[in-house]
Design a protein around this ligand. Sequence first.
Ligand code: UD1
Ligand code: MG
Length: 460
Amino acid sequence: MAAGKGTRMKSKLPKVLHKLAGRALLGHVLLTARQLNPRRVILITGHGAPEVIAYCTDFMPADGGFSIKNVHQEPQLGTGHAVQQAVPELGDDGITLVLSGDVPLTQADTLQALISECAGKQMALLTIEPANPFGYGRIVRDGESVKAIVEQKDASDDQKLIREIYSGIMAAPTAALKQFLSKLDNHNAQKEFYLTDVVKHAVAAGLPVRAMTINDEAQVAGINSPAQLQELEREYQKRAAYRLMEQGVRIADAARFDLRGDLNCGQDVSIDVGCVFEGSVKLGDDVRIGAHCVLANCEIAAGAVIHPFTHIDGEKLGVKVGSGALIGPFARLRPGTQLADEVHIGNFVEVKNSTLAKGAKANHLAYLGDATVGERVNYGAGSITANYDGANKHRTVIEADVHVGSNCVLVAPVTLGAGGTVGGGSTITKDTPAGALSVARGKQVSIANWQRPVKKKQSR
Ligand code: UD1
Ligand code: MG
C-alpha cells in the first residue's frame, strides 16, 4: 500500500519516497519483498502515483524474476479499499502478504515466519505490544485465536486497555481474502473501508486467525512525520554501526555515524565521528577515516588515511585510493580518480578523472582534472590543469619525476616530459622536454631607487 498522502510529512514529495538511510521508504519495502521471491508484487498507488511509479521503474527495472504491477486507488477510502483495488491482479490460490510502503524496516525472516504461520490455511497477523499502543488497531483475542481488530477510534474503553496492536502487516490465503474484501463496509467512526475488518469476516466464515507477536518495534514502525523518520533513521544507523563494530570496525560514536548504502571493511578499520558513507564503499585493512568525511562509491586500499573533512564521491565511475595514501584534510576526489599507492593529496586539492602513479604528491590548493600523472611527481601549490576549453575536455600528461612549481596553469592538451621542472607561475601551453626547466612567465624586473607615490594633503 502506497496510496496515502502522508499529510503530516507536510511535504510535496509522496510520503513513501522520503528517504531513510539514503533509500526511499518504499525502496526498503520492495527490497525486502524481493527477498521473499513472491509470485508477483502489486503496488497500490494513489497520491503522487506518477512519481511513485517512476521511482519503482527506476529503482527496480523489470527483470525476469521480479516485476511490479501497479494498481491505482482513487479516491483513497481506506486500507480495505486499497487492497480491493489489487483484487483483479490476485490469483485464486497462494498467499497474499499485505505490506505498507511507509514501514521500511521489517525483516524478510519475520515476514517469512508470518507466511509460514499462515501456511495458506489461516490468517496470520503480525502484532506487537508497543510502549504506547494509542492510535493503533487493538487485537481482540480469545486465547490463541484473534476475534477482531478494533481501530482506536472505534474501540470501547475496555478495548483501549488492550496493549497488543496490529502492525499493519498480514498474510492470508488469497482466495479467502478476496471473499472477505468483498464484504467490507465503511460503517465505522472514520467512514473508511478498513482492511482490518477482514478479521471479523474470517472469524464468521470459520477461518482461524492467528497473531504472530514480535518484540522489535523498529520492524513495524511506520513513518508519519519528519520526527518519526528521524527517530527510525537513528535506530537504523545505530544498528548498522553495531553490526560493523561486531566485525571489529572501530566507530568513534554510533550516534554520529551514517551509512546510506553498503560499507565493506577489512581488519582494524577506524572511523571517527560525523562520517557519512554512501553507495558502495570498501575500506581495506588498517584504513583510518578522520572526522566529518563523506565517502561515496569508492575503494580505499589498506593502510590509507583519509584526514578530516574530506569528500570523496566516485558516482558511476568510482574512485580508487591506493594503499598507504594520505588524503586531506579538506580534499575532494571526484569520479574517475585513481590514486596508486602512497599518493598524497593535501588540503583544498580537487582531483577528477585522473590517474596518479605511485608516490605522486599534490599537497596544497590544486586542481588535477583529466590528467595522467607519473610516479613521484610533485605538483605545486595553486597549480591547475586547464582541461576545458569551453567546448571540449583535454588531457594533461605529467610524466614521472616532473616537478611542477606553484601557481602553474597547464593548458591541455599538453605533455610534461619526464624529470622536467616547471617554474612557478608558468602558463604552459606547449609540451615540455624531458629533464628541462621550463618557465613561461614575465621576466622579473627591478627598478632601482623606486619612489612610492605620496598622499596629497587634503584641504579642509
Ligand atoms: C492501520 C491499521 C491499524 C494498524 C496501523 C499500523 C487499518 C484500518 N488500520 O491504521 O489497525 O494498527 O495501520 O500502523 O488498516 N493507505 C492506502 N490507501 C488508503 C488508506 C491508506 O494506500 O485509502 C496506505 C497508507 O498510505 C499507509 C497504509 O495504507 O501506507 C496504512 O494506512 P494508515 O492510514 O496509516 O492506517 P492507520 O490508520 O495507521
Ligand atoms: Mg498509519
